[in-house]
Design a protein around this ligand. Structure first.
Ligand SMILES: *[C@@H]1O[C@H](CO)[C@@H](O)[C@H](O)[C@H]1NC(C)=O
Ligand SMILES: *[C@@H]1O[C@H](CO)[C@@H](O)[C@H](O)[C@H]1NC(C)=O
Ligand SMILES: *[C@@H]1O[C@H](CO)[C@@H](O)[C@H](O)[C@H]1NC(C)=O
Ligand SMILES: *[C@@H]1O[C@H](CO)[C@@H](O)[C@H](O)[C@H]1NC(C)=O
Ligand SMILES: *[C@@H]1O[C@H](CO)[C@@H](O)[C@H](O)[C@H]1NC(C)=O
Ligand SMILES: *[C@@H]1O[C@H](CO)[C@@H](O)[C@H](O)[C@H]1NC(C)=O
Ligand SMILES: *[C@@H]1O[C@H](CO)[C@@H](O)[C@H](O)[C@H]1NC(C)=O
Ligand SMILES: *[C@@H]1O[C@H](CO)[C@@H](O)[C@H](O)[C@H]1NC(C)=O
Ligand SMILES: CC(=O)N[C@H]1CO[C@H](CO)[C@@H](O)[C@@H]1O
Length: 851
């Protein structure tokens, strides 16, 4: 009983239960056997060290001291492979360190009662002091700071759990459930940051008039509301503002001196102060169109103490302007080149001191600070600027933009609607590094199945949303210090988070000194190495399973680099399928004991031979696999021993050559050849539809027997050569019958007559059908053509002669007629010869007047 591998921890159980266990055990073994028969190489067996092993999914390590011949890394569903006390197979472990319930209903002061015994670490809540009503700045800051500190005790819990410690194995997905709910009466801090250039004068008046309404509206949303006010113009430098001394004092009518940013009123519950502060603030003037709003946003965010942001509150920063903004780099125009350092620089007066020392911040700097401080920026801008700020809002987490009317009369509605937009949506973010992947799933309020999303909309106060964060460690960081990480999952814009203390299970305890399983200079390692988790880690001078090989021994050989390689063409030892131990290859073991790697250089195996129908060498009846090649049993051949050696199937049924002499017998099947005449086909290559065949051979006998023409025209020859072979059967017209394997022959004889015949072999006897009559072209009368041509030539010649005669006659007549005419006009005597020229000549002087 004791040695039974599936022994239950207690023997007190009933016999029936024992039977059930036995049954379960036997089924496990059969599964195991099946598994061994499969060829899928399991990823565990090749892992040589404990940490490699447990970084592989579903693998476990066996650190049993005397565990020879079997891979120490094994699939963790194998039972009884390794004794339990020696098995290292860590599982994902999740523990809630802080898990307070979500605050449901109640208000801040009531929630203070939610101590739950964690109380020690939290201050008790105190009511928010209203002493910040003091009009002196110093006093206001002091009290605001005090209020901020006391607000940290806010026991309101909007995300649960709050802290989880997690041990995770690599590539194992872990789902962490968390819940979010927007608490009733959650504190809201609203800081109104206003552009106080001249064009905003009417807005300022309106805002001051609407101050009470604004706070009343917000109080309707939460009783725990605080309001603050700040303003900005621009850097007091050319070209942002005019630096002419007179203009510096009074840039415009009814204006005050310009300034960068001023905090008029820290966040306070006394909203009547807001109205008075806004109306007291004076407008100023500047030159260029864009304003220095970024400086102001940066200060309003980072000066937590001075502004009085509470730690646990929804923080809204309303930024109202009617102009564009300067950003990083614009400071160069005024000669300011030092970059913005993102620190708070406010004087006791609440004035930004580094306005002319530091450049404007960049958008990403602002985004970074906004994220760090969980602030929701609302850009309340006039319609002409809205498109610009809308784009800006996309680059700043948790921000939005809305259109402000020209005189800010819609500011209350704007703030209310933006607030409800912000508070009705929730988006989860985290700061996980690249080797940790967190994906969020939630059904939001739909109640259906969870879908991958980090964002839910349309939430109302008190709605609980469940999120599932799926955490996956994709790889172990190379630096062991990064194996423990703190990750924060937070809802955008809320200073509450779920902190995960993540420990990646990247190594085994037995690999660390001081644990069982770790033994430096172990005798098991011949005192030349450290025994870790059952395997030896040898020092530099030794190697081998038990550090039994010394590097000095092996390196004395002449071919020291070749000892584990077949030749110098390869760079890997033992063909990469084994380890080189003291100059001898020790080949890898496979998870399937049937599969053996062998050979001096592990170059052979008995499982990677060619397969037929997934059977190695077509099965043991046909051949065996030896050194990656099939060795066939007698009677079998082929690369996978899948061919019979006998060639009976290639013989034509009526006898004759193998494959009719027109092909080769391969693996019992004829491979027919192609000749210039045509391609052979058929089971034994007996067919050749495109070959000329016996047409030429038969043609003479057909000619002489049918038409008494051709080479054997003489009766004797014909009889001698043809009579005993075949007698053609005359037919009106030759038609091929496809079914009978008939072949058609067409020739032209010496008389240019076409004759057609067909032949077929019926039971080895030649049968020839020939056309009764040749098809001769009609005869032509050659002499007629010749005579005709001659006659035509003569006729044409005659015609040309006649024409010539006609033309000359006409010409002569004409000449004669002209001669006659000239003779009539002649001045000379008819008796005179017209051609005769007198020997004397007469000259006439044309200049001579001729009196
Ligand atoms: C809020 O707190 C006050 C006392 O501090 C209590 O009277 C009131 O009932 C609480 N509101 C809710 C909704 O619990
Ligand atoms: C605040 O709520 C009360 C009652 O619900 C309502 O009468 C009042 O008009 C609200 N005030 C504002 C500014 O919305
Ligand atoms: C609010 O501030 C005004 C002056 O700005 C002051 O008169 C009033 O007492 C303060 N209210 C409270 C409740 O502190
Ligand atoms: C967020 O709250 C924690 C206390 O829970 C506080 O230490 C931290 O300063 C707060 N962060 C901000 C930006 O206010
Ligand atoms: C959220 O999960 C809790 C259990 O953890 C369950 O009772 C509740 O119905 C879930 N809520 C939603 C909206 O799915
Ligand atoms: C994530 O944020 C938390 C809290 O700010 C911090 O402690 C932690 O180091 C951050 N983790 C990473 C990986 O940056
Ligand atoms: C391998 O060895 C042969 C003969 O020993 C030598 O000619 C050849 O250059 C070597 N090749 C390399 C790559 O070392
Ligand atoms: C491989 O060789 C071993 C030992 O010779 C033998 O037991 C095993 O059956 C062989 N495997 C195969 C697939 O032939
Ligand atoms: C081509 C051929 O076989 N020709 C023979 C036909 O018969 C005469 C007479 O027997 C032979 O002399 C030819 O050789």
């Amino acid at each position: 009983m004791l040695s039974h591998p599936c022994r239950l921890s207690t023997t007190k159980r009933m016999v029936a239960l024992l039977f059930a266990t036995l049954f379960a055990c036997s089924s496990i073994f059969s599964v195991e056997a099946q598994f061994a028969g499969k060829l899928i190489q399991d990823p565990c067996v090749n892992k040589a060290s404990c940490h490699d092993c447990i970084q592989t999914q579903n693998c476990a390590w066996c650190m049993e001291p005397d565990f020879i011949d079997l891979p120490r890394c094994f699939k963790n569903n194998l039972q009884n492979y390794c004794k339990e006390e020696y098995t290292w197979n860590p599982f994902t472990e999740q523990k809630f360190t802080i898990n307070r319930e979500l605050t449901r209903g109640g208000n801040a002061s009531a929630a203070a009662g939610y101590g739950y015994g964690y109380g020690g670490s939290y201050e008790a809540s105190s009511s928010y002091s209203s002493s910040s009503s003091s009009s002196s700045y110093a006093g206001a800051y002091g009290s605001a700071a005090a209020a901020g500190a006391s607000a940290s005790s806010g026991e309101i819990v909007q995300i649960s759990p709050q802290r989880v410690s997690l041990k995770l194995r690599i590539n194992q997905l872990h789902s962490l459930n968390m819940r979010y709910s927007q608490a009733i009466d959650y504190p809201v801090d609203l800081y109104y940051l206003m552009d106080l250039s001249k064009s905003m004068e009417d807005d300022k008046d309106k805002l001051s008039a609407l101050g009470d309404k604004l706070s009343e509206t917000m109080r309707n949303i939460t009783s725990n509301f605080r309001l603050g006010f700040g303003s900005f113009v621009d850097k007091v430098l050319m070209p942002y503002v005019s630096t002419i001394p007179k203009k510096l004092e009074r840039p415009c009518d009814g204006c005050e001196a310009p300034y960068g940013y001023r905090n008029h009123m820290p966040l306070s519950t006394n909203t009547s102060t807001f109205t008075s502060e806004v109306s007291r603030a004076a407008v100023s003037g500047n030159l260029d169109a864009p304003e220095g709003g970024f400086d102001a946003i940066m200060q309003a965010i980072v000066c937590r103490q001075q502004i009085g942001w509470r730690e646990k509150a929804r923080r809204l920063l309303v930024f109202s302007t009617d102009a564009g903004f300067h950003y990083a780099g614009d400071g160069k125009l005024g000669g300011v080149i030092a970059p913005n350092d993102g620190e708070c620089h406010l004087s006791g007066e609440g004035l930004y001191t580094h306005s002319v020392i530091q450049d404007y911040p960049s958008i990403s700097q602002i985004n970074h600070k906004v994220k760090q401080n969980s602030i929701n920026v609302i850009f309340a801008v006039t319609a002409n600027q809205h498109s610009v700020y809308e784009k800006l809002a996309q680059h700043i987490e948790g921000s939005s933009s809305a259109v402000l009317s020209e005189d800010s009369s819609n500011v209350v509605d704007l703030v209310r609607s933006e607030y409800s937009k912000i508070s009705s949506a929730i988006e989860m973010k985290d700061n996980a590094t690249s080797n940790i992947k967190i994906t969020y799933h939630s059904a939001c309020l739909n109640g259906g199945p969870e879908i991958p999303t980090a964002k839910c909309d349309g939430l109302k106060v008190g709605d609980v949303v469940n999120f599932t964060a799926q955490i996956l460690v994709t790889s172990c960081p190379t630096d062991p210090r990064e194996w423990n990480q703190v990750i924060q999952i937070y809802p955008v814009g809320i200073n509450e988070s779920l902190v995960i203390d993540l420990e990646m299970l990247c190594s085994c305890p037995c690999e660390r000194p001081g644990t069982t399983g770790y033994e430096a200079h172990s005798p098991k390692c011949n005192n030349h190495g450290t025994l870790m988790c059952g395997v030896c880690e040898c020092d530099d001078m030794h190697f081998g399973h038990n550090c039994e090989c010394s590097t000095s021994d092996v390196h004395t050989g002449s071919d020291k680099d070749l000892v584990c390689r077949a030749d110098n063409t390869t760079q890997v030892d033992c063909n990469n399928r084994g380890t080189c131990l003291c100059g001898v290859c020790e080949c890898e073991k496979r998870s399937n004991p049937e599969e053996i790697i062998s050979g001096k250089f592990c170059e052979c195996d008995n499982f990677s031979c060619e397969r037929r129908k997934n059977v190695l060498c077509s099965g043991p009846d046909h051949g065996t696999c030896e050194c990656s090649h099939c060795v066939c049993k007698p009677g079998w051949t082929g690369s996978a021993c899948d061919c019979r050696e006998s060639t009976d199937t290639c013989m034509p049924p009526n006898g004759g050559e193998l494959c009719s002499g027109n092909g080769e017998c391969e693996c019992g099947v004829c491979k027919c050849k192609s000749t210039p005449e045509g391609r052979y086909s058929g089971k034994v290559c007996e067919k050749c539809p495109t070959c000329a065949g016996r047409c030429l051979e038969l043609k003479h006998c057909v000619q002489c027997q049918m038409y008494k023409t051709g080479e054997f025209k003489d009766e004797d020859k014909c009889a001698a050569n043809c009579s005993n072979t075949f007698v053609p059967i005359g037919e009106e017209k030759i038609v091929i019958d496809e079914e009978k394997d008939e072949l058609l022959c067409i020739f032209f004889d010496e008389d240019d007559c076409k004759y057609t015949f067909k032949y077929s072999e019926v039971n080895g006897k030649l049968e020839v059908h020939a056309q009764q009559e040749r098809e001769c072209p009609p005869k032509v009368f050659m002499l007629g053509i010749v005579l005709g041509v001659i006659a035509a030539i003569v006729l044409v010649g005659l015609a040309i002669l006649l024409l010539w005669k006609l033309l000359t006659t006409i010409h002569d007549r004409r000449e004669f007629a002209r001669f006659e005419k000239e003779r009539m006009n002649a001045k000379w005597d008819t008796g005179e010869n017209p051609i005769y020229k007198q020997a004397t000549s007469t000259f006439k002087n044309p200049m001579y007047a001729g009196q």
